[in-house]
Design a protein around this ligand. Structure first.
Ligand code: CP3
Length: 345
C-alpha cells in the first residue's frame, strides 16, 4: 500500500470505487478467540492494554486468523477514564466498573487533570509496534469513545440499560453536563490525534449507547460536543462514526461528523443510506447473532445484506456490533471469506 493507491478499506471510507467490499469486525479481537483467551490467562485486561508487545500481538491475531481487511488496535474506549482517578476496573464476567462514579459538580471538579501523552503512552507505543509488524499488509484503525458514551460510563459507574442517572444529570445540571462533555471531548480529540500521530490510518468514534436518546436530546446535549471532536481531528484520516439503536438519529449523527456512518442491524441498510445521503460511506450491519447459526444461514445473511447494498461504492461490511463470546471462530473465518467471494462477483 502506498499514498497513490490506498488500501481498499481506505478507498471505501472515501467512497472511491473498489473492486471488492472490505470487511473488518467490530470488537474483532476478544474472548471468542482461543488465542485471546490464552493471552488473558496470563494477563489481566488492563495489564494487556498497557503492555505494547502483548497488545500488538492481540491486535494481529484476528488479522492472521480471520483474513479481515483492516486491523483494529487492541485497547478500550474506557482507558482514558482511568487517569481521571475514578477507579476503573474490568471485573471478570461483569464488564467495566467505575469505583467512584461522577454524580454532581463536586465529582466533576475532583477529576484529575490529565495529558494523554503522559497517561496513555502505551497505546501510542502499541500503534507503532503494530504498524511495524503489519508492514502495510492492511491498514490499522484506531478508536476512541465519543463524549456521550464515555460520560454514561462515568455517571452510571458501569453498563446500564436505561441510563437514568445520565439523563437526570443532563437535565438537572446542564452547566456541569456541558463542562463534563467538553472535557471528555478535549480528551477524546487529543487521544485520537495522538493515535494518528503514532500511525493509525483510520479512526472510529464509538458512541455505542447514544441510541438511548431522543433526537432533541442528542441535538442539544450531545451533538455540539461530538462535532467539536470531529472538527479538531487531523484532516484527511477517514473517520467512522458509530452508534447502536440510531435509526432516529442518523441525520443528526451525520451532521455531527464522520466520513463513514456505522450502522447496527436494527435498520435496513438501503433505507438508512438513503436517509443519510450519498456523501457519506456506510459501515455495517449484519446482526452478530447470525454468526451463531449454521454456515448456510450465515451465507444467506451476508448475501441478503450485500444484495441490499447492490455494489454501491463506499460500503464497508461489518457486524452491527461486537462479536459475541459464544461465536465459533470458524464461522467468523467463513463469513469473511463469503463476503470477499460474494462481493467480487
Ligand atoms: O478487536 C477489537 O475490536 C478489540 C478492541 C476493542 C475492545 N473494546 C477490547 C475489549 C474495542 C474496539 C473496544 C471498544 C469498546 N469498549 C466499546 C465500543 C464498542 C462497542 O462494543 O460498543 C465499549 C462500549 C467498550 C467498553 C467495554 N470494554 C465493555 C462494555 C466491556 C465488557 C464487555 C465484554 O465484551 O466483556 C469491555 C471489555 C473489553 N474490551 C474486552 C475486550 C476484548 C473483553 C475483556 C476481557 O477480556 O475480559
Amino acid at each position: 500500500m502506498n499514498a497513490a493507491r490506498p488500501a481498499p478499506f481506505l478507498q471505501a471510507c472515501h467512497r472511491f470505487a473498489t473492486a471488492f467490499t472490505p470487511v473488518w469486525l467490530m470488537r474483532q479481537a476478544g474472548r471468542y478467540m482461543p488465542e485471546y483467551r490464552a493471552m488473558r490467562a496470563r494477563h489481566g485486561f488492563l495489564e494487556l492494554c498497557k503492555n505494547p508487545e502483548a497488545a500488538a500481538e492481540v491486535t494481529l491475531q484476528p488479522v492472521d486468523r480471520l483474513g479481515v481487511d483492516a486491523a483494529i488496535l487492541f485497547a478500550d474506549i474506557l482507558l482514558v477514564l482511568e487517569p481521571l482517578g475514578v477507579g476503573l476496573e474490568f471485573t471478570r464476567g461483569e464488564g467495566p466498573h467505575i469505583a467512584h462514579p461522577v454524580r454532581n459538580a463536586e465529582d466533576v471538579a475532583r477529576l484529575h487533570p490529565m495529558a494523554v501523552d503522559e497517561s496513555l503512552p502505551f497505546v501510542f507505543e502499541t500503534v507503532r509496534v503494530v504498524r511495524k509488524a503489519l508492514a502495510d499488509r492492511v491498514p490499522l484503525i484506531g478508536f476512541a469513545g465519543a463524549p456521550f458514551t464515555l460520560a454514561s460510563y462515568l455517571i452510571e459507574g458501569g453498563p446500564s440499560r436505561e441510563f437514568l442517572r445520565t439523563k437526570r444529570f443532563m437535565r438537572d445540571e446542564p452547566a456541569t453536563w456541558h463542562a463534563l462533555m467538553s472535557r471528555l471531548g478535549d480528551i477524546t480529540t487529543a487521544y485520537v490525534n495522538g493515535q494518528i500521530a503514532a500511525g493509525v490510518q483510520a479512526v472510529q468514534l464509538f458512541d455505542s449507547w447514544v441510541g438511548t436518546l431522543s433526537p432533541a436530546d442528542y441535538r442539544d446535549h450531545v451533538l455540539p460536543h461530538s462535532r467539536a471532536v470531529f472538527q479538531r481531528l487531523v484532516p484527511d484520516v477517514p473517520v467512522i462514526h458509530f452508534g447502536t439503536g440510531t435509526a432516529g438519529l442518523l441525520p443528526l449523527m451525520k451532521a455531527a461528523g464522520g466520513d463513514v456512518i456505522g450502522l447496527d442491524w436494527r435498520v435496513e441498510i438501503g433505507s438508512a443510506w438513503e436517509c443519510l445521503g450519498p456523501e457519506v460511506a456506510v459501515q455495517g450491519n449484519l446482526d452478530p447473532a447470525v454468526l451463531l447459526a449454521s454456515l448456510g444461514e450465515i451465507r444467506r445473511g451476508a448475501k441478503e445484506l450485500l444484495d441490499a447494498v447492490g455494489g454501491r461504492p463506499g460500503h464497508i461490511f461489518n457486524l452491527g456490533h461486537g462479536v459475541h463470546q459464544e461465536t465459533p471462530v470458524d464461522h467468523v473465518v467463513a463469513l469473511v471469506d463469503m463476503v470477499h467471494e460474494l462481493s467480487s462477483r
